[in-house]
Design a protein around this ligand. Structure first.
Ligand code: TRH
Length: 370
């Protein structure tokens, strides 16, 4: 079993006034939009802010969020009509991932601006390690048409360098990890992981190299923890799965999802939010990136691996896992390789932990633009 190293304590001391935030989230597919918006909203609330989360599909919150929801965070249906609009628009309006807020809300923003109180309007973008992120982070964009024409919206980019908005990191993350370090063995035993087994979590789409990966799992004495949905369907479609040590998991709230990543020796993650969580876990991981039609995700993946300074075996594994090279080129894993990956990933995590986290940067940005 690979050891688990909790993050050092975060050092955020700035006090910000309590503001009201309206965060808009439209679900494209999968769980990332919901997952990122919830984490952002919950951590703003943990830092004394009031948040209204406006969603066109909040169904995933049922299983993804811990209960009870924190005081100060409320979830609302997409405000398509004038009657849905709150009497007072928030001090900050956030459109997550370029989603467009509905017209009635844009009218309400315009009204507030006419009264001399325009909200700070932010477009919170997708995470990427590509160069454009540093160039575009904090850029203004003037709204050209519609009820809010003439107002300014600001681009805010999460990222991996100090010239970006960084990553969401909860103030209590290191504390939670330290507590979990003492419970880790119990957690593994409860999932049926034997002492000499290598625990691997699987949260993916349908990687073409999945059969090759399953074939090699006995060599590593693997216990595979498979998340529900697409990962489970992909594994169960393969006959080889029947003879392997596999645990099929139920959907769980985000804090328990994080614990799974802390407990495992290797995390196969996907999308955006679970990538960030795998980084904070500091355990070896492989990223199944969200696929785009024009293969733009290949460039995005390469940029991330460059930033990470990934060793050759980690690069080769990523390329095969993401269908950029033939599935047969998937490297054979060993405990030595995982130890090498852990060193690299922990060095990357250390760099990120020194940066001001995304929530603090957002709050400071709002203070600057108010
Ligand atoms: C399986 C599982 C997931 N989760 C959470 C963790 C994350 O917050 C969320 C999964 O989100 P992601 O890791 O981002 O992967 P995803 O593939 O679900 O979401 C994707 O959606 C696309 C629309 C975006 O463009 C992608 O960038 C990506 O965000 O689900 C749980 O909390 N419990 C669970 O049991």
């Amino acid at each position: 079993m690979l050891d688990f190293l909790p993050l050092p304590e975060a050092n955020v001391t700035t006090q910000h006034p309590s503001l009201t935030w309206d965060i808009f989230c439209q679900v494209i597919d999968n769980f990332g939009d919901v997952g990122v918006c919830w984490r952002t909203a919950a951590e703003l609330v943990a830092r004394g802010q009031q948040v209204r989360l406006w969603m066109d599909d909040a169904s995933a919150l049922q299983w993804m969020t811990p209960q009870p929801w924190p005081k100060g965070l409320s979830v609302h249906a997409w405000p398509a009509l004038m009657v849905d609009i709150p009497a007072v628009v928030g001090d900050v309006v956030v459109e997550a991932f370029g989603c467009e807020i509905p017209q009635p809300f844009a009218f309400a923003i315009a009204r507030k601006a006419e009264q001399g109180l325009p909200p700070v309007w932010i477009n919170l973008e997708y995470l990427s390690a590509e160069d454009y992120v540093e160039r575009c982070h904090r850029l203004p964009s003037r709204i050209m048409s519609g009820p809010a024409a003439g107002l300014t919206r600001w681009f805010f980019y999460p990222g991996f360098t100090s010239a970006t908005g960084a990553l969401v990191r909860e103030l209590n993350l290191s504390q939670r990890q330290s507590r979990f370090a003492g419970e880790r063995l119990q957690w593994r035993a409860a999932q049926g992981v034997q002492a000499d087994e290598c625990a691997v979590s699987l949260f993916c789409y349908e990687p073409t190299a999945l059969p090759q990966f399953l074939e090699q799992t006995p060599t590593l004495n693997t216990r595979l923890l498979v998340t529900p949905g697409r990962a489970t369907a992909a594994v169960q479609a393969l006959p080889a799965a029947q003879s392997l040590n596999i645990q099929y998991l139920q959907p769980c709230p985000q804090p328990q999802f994080d614990e799974m990543l802390w407990a495992c020796d290797l995390n196969l993650v996907r999308g955006e939010d679970s990538l960030v969580r795998a980084i904070w876990a500091g355990q070896p991981f492989v990223w199944h990136i969200y696929p785009q039609h024009d293969n733009a995700h290949h460039h995005k993946l390469n940029a991330f691996l460059d930033w990470l300074g990934a060793p050759e075996s980690l690069v080769r594994f990523h390329r095969a896992w993401n269908g950029m090279t033939a599935p047969q080129t998937l490297p054979l894993l060993s405990r030595e390789i995982l130890a090498e990956w852990a060193l690299c990933i922990r060095a990357g995590r250390e760099k990120l932990a020194l940066q001001t986290d995304l929530i603090e940067q957002l709050q400071a940005f709002v203070a600057e633009k108010s």
